[in-house]
Write a protein that binds this ligand. Structure first.
Ligand SMILES: Nc1ncnc2c1ncn2[C@@H]1O[C@H](COP(=O)(O)OP(=O)(O)OP(=O)(O)O)[C@@H](O)[C@H]1O
Ligand SMILES: [Mg+2]
Length: 391
């Protein structure tokens, strides 16, 4: 029996380019391929759709979608913005609860997607020039005043929304989606950063009184981020106007199980039977057998641990799982070992990190194959891995 026989492997090879959703065909693909658990659907409804909605508004804010590299931020922002722009897209979404909850924003928006590349422009410069170009494409002539001739940005943003409403009426919203914001902000000097965050705050402020809405994807939580310690007062002011929505490791596990590691009921039964033999050797395995089956051949603690490693370079968890699985597909799963992959590659063979708890005493007398040896990076295991998920 090979790994290939036990999973319906669907590889993840690339990151999503937000602006690819400008193309209708690609947007359809992105909406239909987005895997969403019920708890993710609940989170999206409570924290994202509630901020985007145009009716029953209560102090609406901008949204910062926070998740490590490769956790699906650009994919999710493509899905939400495609549905916001075109109600027909809603039917392609996978989660029934999400379809019901997102109906209130479906087709209600004009959408502008901005991907910030390497640039020396200010955030204000980037956003206002892209807005001007987008409005011009829509036949609206609007120019923002030069930055040195204004006392604040809110007035000109409100004027822009008035020009937008003249063309689209009072019922339509204008959604801007900004990707790669954190990488950009990290290139900015302190004084520039303060101006950028001030502009973000002003964007956030007009949301509550207009039909302007904004979502942005960032790899780490902005507030409480030590990289921005020196501009903490600007961040604090901005924080009031943005809702941070975190993509959790449980959500990533669901995506891994349902996209990369999908299994039929028969395949699950085969894996269950195979793993049961090893339950007495591993603490928790019997209690969590279904998690082991759903994530097989990846250890259930893999994703949590991956997201808490601080000593290795930025990596994408789904892509790493996908690459790991493609490497073992033709290997045999035999009766003498569980065949669970718990080693996280870090780019250097001597610094591999095991995702699971140490081998229990009963296992030490068991002849472990090399893949079960433990490699921990300096300086210390606890520091590298963060909170230990399993006792
Ligand atoms: N919920 C999901 N359903 C289906 N595929 C997903 C999901 N989440 C992530 N993916 C896949 O994982 C890969 C990475 O996703 P994406 O590019 O959106 O991540 P990201 O968070 O924007 O990464 P980065 O921070 O590097 O920009 C893509 O191939 C995407 O299709
Ligand atoms: Mg992205």
């Amino acid at each position: 029996m090979k790994y290939r026989d036990l999973i319906q492997f669907d590889p993840i090879e690339s990151v999503i380019v937000l602006r690819s959703a400008d193309d209708k065909k690609k947007a359809e693909e992105l909406v239909s391929s987005y895997v969403m658990s019920d708890s993710m659907a609940e989170l999206i409804s409570a924290r994202i759709i509630s901020q985007l909605r145009l009716e029953e508004v209560v102090d609406n804010k901008g949204i910062l979608l926070v998740g490590n590299y490769g956790t699906g931020k650009s994919h999710l922002m493509s899905v939400i913005s495609s549905i916001a722009a075109d109600a027909d897209m809603l039917a392609l979404a996978q989660n029934a609860q999400f379809k019901t909850d997102a109906a209130c924003i479906a087709g209600r928006f004009e959408v502008l997607r901005i991907e910030i590349g390497s640039t020396a422009m200010s955030l204000r410069g980037i956003v206002t020039s892209t807005l001007e170009q987008d409005l011009a494409k829509r036949g609206i002539v609007f120019k923002f005043p030069p930055a040195d001739q204004i006392t604040n940005n809110k007035d000109s943003l409100l004027d822009m929304m008035a020009a937008f409403a003249e063309k689209y009426g009072e019922n339509r919203g204008y959604l801007i989606v900004v990707d790669e914001l954190l990488d950009y902000l990290k290139t900015r000097k302190d004084t520039e950063l303060m101006a950028d965050l001030g502009f973000m705050r002003e964007l956030g402020e007009i949301i509550k009184s207009t039909r302007f809405r904004m979502i942005s994807g960032v790899q780490e939580a902005l507030f409480d981020n030590s990289a921005f310690r020196q501009v903490s007062s600007s961040l604090l002011k901005m924080k009031d106007r943005f809702e941070q929505v975190l993509i959790r490791s449980e959500d990533m596990a669901y995506v891994a199980q349902n996209r990369v590691l999908r299994k039929s009921a028969e395949q699950k039964a085969q894996i269950r039977e195979h793993l049961q033999k090893f339950c007495p050797l591993y603490q928790n395995m019997a209690d969590r057998l279904e998690d082991y089956v759903d994530m097989f051949p990846i250890h259930p603690a893999y994703i949590y641990t991956f997201q808490h490693i601080v000593t290795v370079e930025k990596r994408e968890v789904l892509k790493t799982i996908s690459e790991t699985i493609s490497g073992v597909l033709d290997q045999d799963v035999n009766d003498t070992k569980p065949g669970i992959i718990s080693t996280i590659p870090t780019g250097s063979a001597s610094r591999r990190i095991r995702a699971c708890a140490p081998i229990p005493p009963s296992m030490r007398s068991y002849r472990s194959p090399p893949s079960w040896r433990i490699f921990f990076p300096a300086p210390s295991r606890r520091q590298a891995i963060g909170r230990w998920p399993f006792k």
